[in-house]
Design a binder for this molecule. Structure first.
Ligand code: GLN
Length: 502
């Protein structure tokens, strides 16, 4: 089912591939086999990944084992589960028994997972072969994948540019067409921002709807695992596979049991009559500050997107959430505070790398000095400072109060509108090195995505145009807790309307 490599522009490295939904149907109908698709994925990886750098390790044996089981079931005429047989890539901060989990950090070099994350169990139980683990910013801290200890990931749309981060490898693997699905994790935008920069659909689910068991913790109260795909239907199907209550995650929601009608989504053809869309004033590209924060072409594409929503029957109103102006500082206090605590476990004793030293304390110090990269160190220092005696109330305590305020503003807003829209990223994919020397400029990449993590609500990024260089622009749609079905419905209608216009 593979097509030859297509080179649209000199900097573009993309292969055409069918959607995951179509591939799953083809396996069920006997037109192809899962093993064929797995082999196909490895062929694509072999030809393309030298250039892209999306994968840190391959998990061929496991992929073949899962694929063979699906093919045996298909041959026996058994009905296959959702997305059974479709190869998928996994961000390398999720544990999978017997495979390396590095979090793109030197400190976890040589670490082999002794257990499966719940999402991995779910993927395997549904018959999705995991082909490999993807590159990321070290411990998921970054917005460009430049913070990986194991090399850059190139954006397949333009290999001189970043794919976004921190789930850059997962985004690039799908955008290049090496696989049709991948999982990422999103603490402040790490699925939606790379999805936007690579022209994909990316979903940050409701906090607690996808189990975090087996996901290496960055900031536990913000982290969520979610899908990357090229279509809304594929992303919805993958969410259906991975969501659900898990008693091994204390923050898992008991009411997280999606029952999405994937076939209806795939069929499309629905409008948005009666839908109340709120346009987030703080990022609407009209007010002075938001005009400055956003690239002009992003504003233009966003406003065209608003016209599309209107044409589909939605009613648009401008709504203001004043607290979102403070989302970046709130996030960089809460996330770093939690990270400083979570990363305390890498002491050279329990996991991965251990430095040579005569005594325990020098060993701890040397291990952490050698093992962590500069951005991770910066965050540990910042987080430890925010939690320290004398500063705790002024920083961490204040940020917690602001978080409650923002959560309340979201709840009040969703009493008035069904969904909220804004651009996903303030700018399109930037060049390597363009922001890496200025942490603040990099942190501002997440200005639009962070609020959903702080409030714990779901959000999806869907392609909504390109800039003058052909670089993708994303539209972010946010909804109240557990409104994923609605978000997929809106995103699917938007996707169908923009595809038919193109
Ligand atoms: N870019 C943000 C950060 O560096 C978000 C990362 C994430 O979502 N994992 O913290």
């Amino acid at each position: 089912m593979s097509a030859p490599a297509t080179t649209v522009a000199p900097n573009r490295v993309v292969q055409q591939q069918a959607s995951a939904w179509e591939l799953a149907q083809a396996i069920q109908n006997g037109q192809t086999t899962s093993l064929e698709l797995v082999e196909d994925a490895y062929e694509r990886i072999a030809t393309m990944d030298g250039t892209i750098g999306a994968f840190l390790s391959l998990t061929k044996e496991k992929a073949i084992e899962t694929a063979s089981q699906v093919d045996a079931d298909a041959k026996a005429g058994k009905p296959l589960k959702l997305l059974a047989g479709v190869p998928i890539a996994l961000k390398d901060n999720m544990n999978m028994t017997g495979t390396k989990t590095t979090c793109a950090s030197k400190i976890l070099k040589g670490y082999v997972s002794p257990y499966n994350a719940t999402v991995v169990e779910k993927l395997v139980a549904n018959g999705l072969p995991v082909v490999g683990k993807t590159n990321l910013d070290e411990f998921a801290m970054g917005s460009s994948n430049e913070n990986s200890a194991y090399g850059l990931v190139k954006n397949p749309v333009d290999i001189e540019r970043v794919p976004g981060g921190s789930s850059g490898g997962s985004a690039a693997a799908v955008a290049a067409g090496m696989v049709s699905l991948s999982l990422g994790s999103d603490t402040g935008g790490s699925i939606r921002q790379p999805a936007s920069l690579c022209g994909l659909v990316g979903v940050k689910p409701t906090y607690g709807s996808v189990s975090r068991f087996g996901l290496v913790a960055f900031a536990s109260s913000l982290d969520q695992i979610g899908p990357f795909a090229r279509t809304v239907t594929d992303a919805a199907a993958l969410y259906q596979v991975i969501a659900g209550h898990d008693e091994r995650d204390a923050t898992s929601r008991a009411d997280a049991t999606p029952t999405l009608d994937i076939a209806a989504l795939a069929a499309g053809g629905e409008d948005l009559k009666g839908l109340r869309v709120g346009v987030l004033q703080e990022l609407d590209g009209i007010s002075g500050d938001s005009k400055k924060a956003l690239q002009p072409e992003t504003i233009e594409a966003f406003h065209k997107g608003l016209d599309t929503l209107k044409a589909l029957g939605a009613t648009l109103t401008t709504v203001s959430l004043p607290s979102t102006q403070y989302s970046v500082p709130i996030y960089y206090i809460l996330a770093t505070a939690e990270a400083s605590s979570n990363l305390g476990r890498y002491d050279g004793v329990r996991y991965g790398h251990r430095a040579d030293a005569a005594n325990l304390h020098p060993m701890y110090r040397a291990t952490r000095a050698e093992g962590f990269g500069p951005e991770v160190k910066r965050r540990i220092l910042l987080g430890t400072f925010c939690l320290s005696a004398g500063y705790y109330d002024a920083f961490y305590g204040k940020a917690q109060q602001a978080r409650r305020l923002m959560t309340r503003e979201f709840a009040e807003t969703f009493a008035k509108v069904d969904v909220l829209v804004c651009p996903t990223s303030p700018c399109t994919a930037f060049k390597f090195g363009e922001k890496s020397s200025d942490p603040l400029a990099m942190y501002l990449s997440d200005i639009a995505t962070i609020p959903a993590n702080i409030a714990g609500v779901p959000a999806i990024s869907v392609p909504c145009g390109v800039d003058a260089l052909g670089l993708p622009i994303g539209l972010q749609i946010t909804g109240p807790h557990l409104s994923e079905a609605q978000l997929f419905h809106v995103a699917r209608a938007f996707e169908a309307a923009t595809a038919s216009r193109a």
